[in-house]
Design a protein around this ligand. Sequence first.
Ligand code: PEP
Ligand code: MN
Length: 350
Amino acid sequence: MLIVMKHGAAPAEIERVVETIEEMGYQARPMPGAQRTAIGLVGNDGRVDATRLAALEGVREIIQVTQPYKQVSREWKPETTIVELPGGVKIGGNEVAVIAGPCSVESEQQIVETARLVRDHGATLLRGGAFKPRTSPYAFQGLGEQGLKLLALARDEVGLPIVTEALDTESIDLVARYADVIQIGARNMQNFPLLKKAGRCGKPVLLKRGLAATITELLLSAEYLVAEGNHDVILCERGIRGFDPNTRNVLDLSAIPVVKELSHLPIVADPSHGTGRRSKVAPMARAAVAAGADGLIVEVHPQPDRALSDGEQSLYPEQFVQMMHEITAVAEAIGRKIAEPLGAVERVRG
Ligand code: PEP
Ligand code: MN
């Protein structure tokens, strides 16, 4: 529920609303805004009797948030959230950010070479997994902390902020020491203890849609992050489970306009996991930008046939370059542009 104050409401009137919400046993989230001051009421699981609040001085109106998720909804916050990252990269504004890199960090040479390549051709963030969620326990599980160190080294050398996955509650603090953005993978979208910790980790989170998750479930998982105080949340459509083996998943591009209507959070698309085949990545990247994605996350490898994970869906360097040209044209056609790096990110953390 949202309590919207009259224009020019006194601080004491706002304070009284906050106190009343707390006396009623809920939590208050004041949200001063350019157009209005509203106070969010959270902690309720169902309808709240608002008569006491409606009678307070300075209250203009009470808005019941109809969706099961609250703080991530557009009803709660009409303006789109822009997540600001180190180096001046913004996700959620008019510019479309490209996050690119290998599926997994494999060696210093591989990650630094890929970082340089993707930066030189317009990526604004570097991706790469150090802790990998693999379907088979015998598949490469990632380099762990060593992989994080190599990512930090690549950030130092190349200047791109890094996006990397936290797989469990045990390792998320370690990952947060190195990462600029923490990825929560599709298989962990409803790992609620992990979401709660990610909500308190102090870093922006890229939350991927689960393989069989509805959009409502995705937004409720995002609500876990925001409810813990982390407002820097980027959603990611990465394909849902289909029945046709011609693609690895079904990249649900209609989720992009749906999410944009329901939520103020930015959403990016992952055409690599969405299709599972490198020849399908650029077409779906173009389509995702056309559908309004605020960014793309794409797997690129200097030698995809030698990749330790997801080689079949990793772009060859020249395919990445070509894709960047194509999405630049698509972005322009819809009045947007592809984001450019503003400043290098230096320091190694950890
Ligand atoms: C990945 O980004 O490499 C990954 C494992 O993604 P997802 O969680 O979407 O499968
Ligand atoms: Mn992958």
